[in-house]
Design a protein around this ligand. Structure first.
Ligand SMILES: [Zn+2]
Length: 107
């Protein structure tokens, strides 16, 4: 976990847990899947600072550490469709891709 208290960041959202109602949780802004309590995450700038992104809350989102590291300073960038995920396969080491697949699967 790397989370700095000085960063206001986005608020956690309510996420559904199958058959058990809604619970506070966080969604990854890059792959759009839930960030489980055991998964490392970062506060990502949707528009990277190096590309003129703002410092404010509106530009911040939670993201899996792995998704964030794959995104780097590319913008726009997302992993929201299977096609985009396949494209990522070409960008990263096979070991990293295996880890990403585990993140996306929730384990
Ligand atoms: Zn993610």
């Amino acid at each position: 976990m790397s989370r700095r208290r000085s960063v206001p960041g986005p608020q956690p959202v309510l996420v559904p847990v199958a058959g058990r109602g809604w619970f506070p949780g966080m969604m990854c802004g890059i792959c759009c899947e839930f960030i489980r309590p055991w998964q490392p995450y970062n506060i990502d700038h949707e528009v990277p600072m190096s590309r003129g992104g703002r410092r404010g809350k509106i530009n911040k989102q939670y993201a899996h550490q792995l998704c964030n590291s794959v995104k780097g300073d590319r913008y726009p960038f997302s992993l929201r469709t299977p096609e985009e995920r396949e494209a990522v396969r070409a960008l990263v080491q096979p070991a990293t891709y295996c880890k990403l697949q585990r993140v996306w699967a929730g384990g």
